[in-house]
Design a protein around this ligand. Structure first.
Ligand code: HEM
Length: 439
């Protein structure tokens, strides 16, 4: 008889779907507290084994693309974005991996950081000398613009960028776990129309870039010019799928954690003083931000890392068991979903004392709580599919924080910011900030 993980009691048919939709963090934390690091929930008919803690997370990441598969676990995303990269079979993923990774070579980061500084500075300049803003939405749009310029280039962003992002929004609205993605309901039909329009916008742009590759230097160009593992170049449909997948993987995640970074620093006067002292010393007005300067801004880096711990945007990751597994003394049958949750794992008090507290100095020399285990922090995943955009996102969150705190005096108007769940990343609820320009 297999020894299944202990099950959290749930409803007869729906299982834990209502609780999962309402407040999945509370549900998953309750399971961990009641049943320990390996337990199960049910999402409708589908059993899900939940694994919490560094050793189990290590198992999850090292078994991915072996005993655990990613494509079937994220099927609903594949219907929306396309069966590409991490949403495709492991063979297709291996073929496309060099293409997916091409834009992230270290030497390209210099230019991306310049673009980030320019776009963020333009935004701050448009804010005027004082006012009020809803920081979560503002940063969402800012991150879109950075993505537009780096992913697709200036000409694209300035001509069709706005329409492209609107179409991308229609894709997100069709993500619904309760309804099969091929049912002809209005949201699914709008998604298909949006995909067709995106393909139509992109076709002449791709043709122009194939004709004049020397004129362009952005992610899209790297996708076009990098052969897959077999030596073959990707076709237009694959390129469009990769663009959509990157927009999905990089946009809301970065926007959420960047907004939380600003909000948490504003909530913590002592830490804000440390950030401001660091900026006053190391980043005089009109400094050009580069890798060296970013590396010297330790307090901002620790704040960004603490937000990854406390408010991870990618709060749950999923796989499907491709064979029978044994873990932590339990059997997990083939076909079960397997889940890890950074939102629960990053608050294990034995690893991160006073886990609810925003305390970036836990990463400072002498404490370095994240170094206790390679898989203690999993905000950017781990193993072969670890986030390709991690450095890009970290730099972007640091550039936003550094420029905002060196040029604006800010105070929170909204004081009860909470997590807002979506089907993709989680992000902070609408948060108003009053600001005054000081530099
Ligand atoms: C704070 C921002 C971000 C967070 C929290 C984040 C988180 C993650 C996580 C957890 C994974 C692993 C998913 C899994 O194992 O199931 C992942 C993968 C990935 N991320 Fe990010 N990400 C962020 C920003 C970005 C950006 C800016 C980009 C690109 C511009 C990006 C591109 C990717 C890609 C391509 C993968 C798949 C890698 C592969 O399968 O080889 N991410 N990300």
């Amino acid at each position: 008889m297999p020894k299944l993980p202990p099950a959290l009691p749930g409803l007869p048919v729906l299982g834990h779907i209502p609780q999962f939709v309402r407040d999945r963090h509370a549900l998953l934390r309750q399971g961990y507290k009641m049943l320990g690091p390996v337990y199960s929930i049910r999402l409708g008919p589908k059993p899900v084994a939940v694994l919490i803690g560094p050793e189990f997370q290590q198992f999850f990441f090292s078994e991915t693309d072996r005993a655990l598969r990613m494509d079937t676990a994220y099927e609903i995303l594949a219907a929306t974005l396309g069966k590409v990269a991490f949403l495709a079979s492991k063979e297709t993923y291996q073929e496309q991996r060099p293409i997916l990774h091409a834009p992230f070579q270290r030497e390209k980061m210099v230019r991306y950081v310049q673009i980030m500084q320019r776009v963020v500075q333009d935004w701050i300049d448009c804010l005027g000398s004082e006012g009020e803003m809803e920081i979560s939405g503002e940063i969402g749009r800012l991150v879109q613009r950075v993505a537009g310029y780096t992913l697709m280039g200036e000409a694209f962003q300035e001509s069709v960028g706005a329409e492209f992002w609107e179409l991308y929004g229609a894709l997100g609205k069709a993500l619904n776990p309760a309804i099969p993605p091929n049912w002809p309901i209005p949201a699914n039909l709008r998604r298909e129309r949006a995909k067709q329009r995106m393909a139509k916008i992109l076709a002449p742009i791709i043709a122009e870039r194939r004709a004049h590759p020397e004129r362009y230097d952005d992610f899209l160009q790297d996708f076009l010019q990098t052969p897959g593992r077999s030596g073959e170049y990707a076709d237009d449909a694959t390129i469009l799928g990769l663009v959509r997948a990157l927009m999905f993987a990089g946009h809301e995640t970065t926007a959420g954690q960047a907004a939380w970074t600003v909000i948490e620093i504003l909530r913590s006067p002592e830490y804000r003083a440390l950030v401001q002292a660091e900026l006053a010393e190391l980043m005089p007005p009109h400094s050009e931000i580069d890798g060296n300067l970013l590396r010297s801004l330790e307090h901002i880096y620790w704040a960004v890392r603490e937000v990854e711990r406390l408010h991870p945007s990618a709060d749950i990751l999923m796989r499907e068991a491709d064979m029978h597994l044994e873990i932590g003394g339990f059997d997990i049958p083939k076909g079960w979903l397997v889940m890890v949750s950074s939102a629960v794992a990053h608050r294990i008090p034995e690893l991160f004392p006073q886990p609810e507290r925003f305390d970036p100095l836990r990463f400072a020399p002498g404490r370095e709580e994240d170094r206790q285990h390679r898989f203690a922090m999993i905000g950017f995943g781990g193993g072969v599919h670890k986030c390709t955009g991690m450095n890009f996102a970290t730099n972007e969150m640091m550039v936003i924080t550094a420029l905002l705190f060196s040029q604006l005096e800010m105070e929170l108007i909204t004081t009860d910011t909470h997590v807002q769940y979506g089907l993709g990343a989680v992000r902070p609820s609408a948060t108003w900030v009053r600001y005054r320009r000081v530099a």
